[in-house]
Design a protein around this ligand. Structure first.
Ligand SMILES: Cc1ncc(COP(=O)(O)O)c(C=O)c1O
Length: 474
C-alpha cells in the first residue's frame, strides 16, 4: 500500500499527497486539503536552534548556583552513565520479578541505605518529589490515627519558617494548620508550642536544620512534648545535606521523613521533575506505606504488595527508577565521604556568612548549617531591593540565591553554596556580593539597569507579569 502512495507522489515536498492515488486507502473526507505548513528546515538548522536555546540556559556546569534550600550540588556524570545502562533503561516495569532482579536489588539496597542514613525502619521509593513525599507522609499520619481510633486529631503544627509545601501537603490531607512562631534565635518557640499542643494535634512538621539554616537545638524537647501528647513528628528532609552521617531524624525523635534525592543525593532537579522523594518511617507506621515495597525473600528480591493498611499507590509502578539509580550510584561512590560532604557544605556556608555579615544584615547571627539567610533591608533603604541584588549577580554569571524566602525575614537572601565548590569560587562570589553592596552605596542607578549580560536583559516586571509576551523571537 505504502509503495502505491509514494510511487505516485510528485516527490517535491514529501508532504503533499494530492496527486497520490489514495482511493480506497484514506476516505476522501479525511484527506488534507492543503499542505501542512510545517517549517522547511534541515536537521542541522533544528539542531542549531536547540543548541542555541540550551546555551542560554544556566546550569551548575556554567557557574555557581547558591540557590538556598535547593542544594544545587554537582551531579556527577557517572550517575548518568549508570542510569543509561541498557539493562536499566530497557527494562519494562511490568516485567516479572525473576526478569528484574538487578533493578529490584538496586531498589532494595537503596531502601536499606536510606534506612541507615535516616535511622528509620521502612522506606517507600515511590513519591516523585519532596512535596509528594510530604503528601505521602501526611497521608500515612492520617491513616495511622484513623486506624487507632483517634479521628479527632485534625491539627498539624507548622513553624512560621516552614516551606510552603508543608502546610499545603497537610491541608491536602484534610488537616487544619496551626502555625507556631520562631523565637529570636530563629528556632521554634517552645513556650508558644506548648500552648498549641492539645489532644487534637496529629503532628508537627519540622525541617532541621530549618529554612534559616539553623539547627533546632530543642528538637529532643519538642519530640518529647509531641510524643507525650500521642502526636507524631514529620521531618522535612530538604536540608538533610547538612547533617548526613552526623546525626539522623530518628535520633532527633522523628517518625516520618522524606528525602529529596535531587538535593542531598545529587540527582537532577529537572525543573520540578521527574524527581524522587522517598519516605522513611518508624516501625509502627510501616504497614501504611504505599505498596509495593521491595523485599528480600531468601536470595531473591521481590515486590511485596502485602501491606495490610497501605494508603495505596502514590505513583505509577515504583517511582522514577532512573533517579533511584543515580542516587544509589552517588551513595556507593561517596561511601563514608557522605559525612564529609555534609561537613564541607556547612563549612562553605559559614565561610560566606562570616565574610558578608556586617555589609549585609544577618538577622539571626548564629553559626549556620549548610545555608544562611541575609536580609537586604540596608540596601533596600539605599534604593535597591533584594530582587535588584539578585539581578546584578546575574551579570557576573552567578545564579541568584533564593530570595524573599523564608517569609519571616524581610528582603531575604538565602545562600546555600553546597560542598561542591572550591574556595576560589566562594571568594569570587563574596567579592561580587561586596562589590554590589558598594555599587548600591555609590551609584544605585547602575544596579537598577541589571541584568545586562543575560539573553533577556532588564525587563519591565509589571508589564511582563500583566502582559506576558510568550512568542519566541529567534
Ligand atoms: C524546606 C523544603 N521543603 C520542601 C520542599 C519541596 O521539595 P520538592 O521541590 O522536592 O517538592 C523544598 C523545595 O525546595 C524545600 O526547600
Amino acid at each position: 500500500m505504502m509503495k502505491t502512495i509514494f510511487e505516485k507522489s510528485n516527490g517535491t515536498d514529501g508532504i503533499s499527497v494530492g496527486e497520490c492515488e489514495l482511493k480506497g486507502v484514506i476516505p476522501a473526507d479525511l484527506l488534507r486539503e492543503g499542505i501542512i505548513g510545517l517549517p522547511q528546515l534541515s536537521e542541522l538548522d533544528v539542531m542549531r536552534h536547540y543548541k542555541e536555546l540550551s546555551d542560554r540556559n544556566f546550569c551548575i556546569e556554567k557557574g555557581f548556583y547558591p540557590l538556598g534550600s535547593c542544594t544545587m550540588k554537582y551531579n556527577p556524570k557517572v550517575n548518568e552513565l549508570l542510569a543509561l545502562l541498557e539493562g536499566f533503561c530497557n527494562l519494562h516495569p511490568a516485567q516479572e520479578d525473576d526478569d528484574s532482579q538487578g533493578a529490584l536489588e538496586l531498589m532494595y539496597n537503596l531502601q536499606e541505605s536510606l534506612k541507615i542514613l535516616t535511622g528509620m525502619d521502612a522506606v517507600t521509593l515511590q513519591p516523585a518529589a519532596g512535596a509528594h513525599g510530604e503528601l505521602t507522609g501526611m497521608m500515612i499520619v492520617k491513616k495511622y490515627f484513623e486506624s487507632i481510633g483517634e479521628k479527632n486529631r485534625k491539627k498539624v503544627i507548622v513553624p512560621d519558617s516552614a516551606h510552603g509545601t508543608n502546610p499545603a501537603s497537610a491541608k491536602m490531607c484534610g488537616f487544619d494548620i496551626v502555625e507556631v512562631k520562631s523565637n529570636s534565635k530563629g528556632q521554634v518557640d517552645i513556650e508558644s508550642l506548648k500552648e498549641l499542643i492539645d489532644s487534637d494535634v496529629a503532628a508537627i512538621m519540622m525541617t532541621n536544620p530549618n529554612t534559616l539554616g539553623i539547627f533546632e537545638e530543642k528538637v529532643l524537647e519538642i519530640s518529647k512534648l509531641m510524643h507525650d501528647n500521642g502526636s507524631l513528628l514529620y521531618y522535612d528532609g530538604a536540608n538533610f545535606n547538612a547533617i548526613m552521617g552526623w546525626t539522623n531524624p530518628r535520633l532527633m525523635g522523628f517518625d516520618v521523613v522524606h528525602l529529596n534525592l535531587h538535593k542531598t543525593f545529587s540527582t537532577p532537579h529537572g525543573g520540578g521533575g521527574p524527581g524522587a522523594g522517598p519516605v522513611c518511617v518508624v516501625d509502627k507506621l510501616k504497614d501504611y506505606l504505599p505498596s509495593p515495597v521491595i523485599k528480600k525473600d531468601g536470595d531473591k528480591f521481590v515486590r511485596d504488595y502485602n501491606i495490610p493498611r497501605s494508603i495505596g499507590k502514590v505513583r505509577g509502578f515504583y517511582g522514577n527508577f532512573g533517579v533511584l539509580v543515580r542516587a544509589y550510584a552517588y551513595i556507593l561512590m561517596m561511601g563514608l565521604n557522605l559525612k564529609l560532604a555534609s561537613a564541607d557544605a556547612v563549612l562553605n556556608a559559614n565561610y560566606i556568612k562570616e565574610k558578608l555579615k556586617g555589609v549585609y544584615e544577618l538577622p539571626y547571627d548564629e553559626p549556620c548549617m549548610h545555608e544562611f539567610v541575609l536580609s537586604g533591608e540596608k540596601q533596600h533603604a539605599q534604593g535597591i531591593n533584594t530582587l535588584g541584588i539578585a539581578k546584578r549577580l546575574m551579570d557576573s554569571n552567578y545564579h541568584p540565591p533564593t530570595v524573599y524566602f523564608p517569609l519571616i525575614v524581610h528582603e531575604a537572601i538565602m545562600i546555600e553554596p553546597t560542598e561542591s565548590e572550591s574556595k576560589a569560587v566562594l571568594d569570587g562570589f563574596i567579592e561580587t556580593m561586596l562589590k554590589i553592596a558598594k555599587e548600591i552605596e555609590i551609584s544605585p542607578e547602575k544596579v537598577l539597569k541589571s541584568p545586562q549580560t543575560t539573553p533577556i536583559k532588564k525587563v519591565d516586571e509589571t508589564l511582563a507579569a500583566r502582559k506576558p509576551d510568550l512568542v519566541f523571537k529567534g
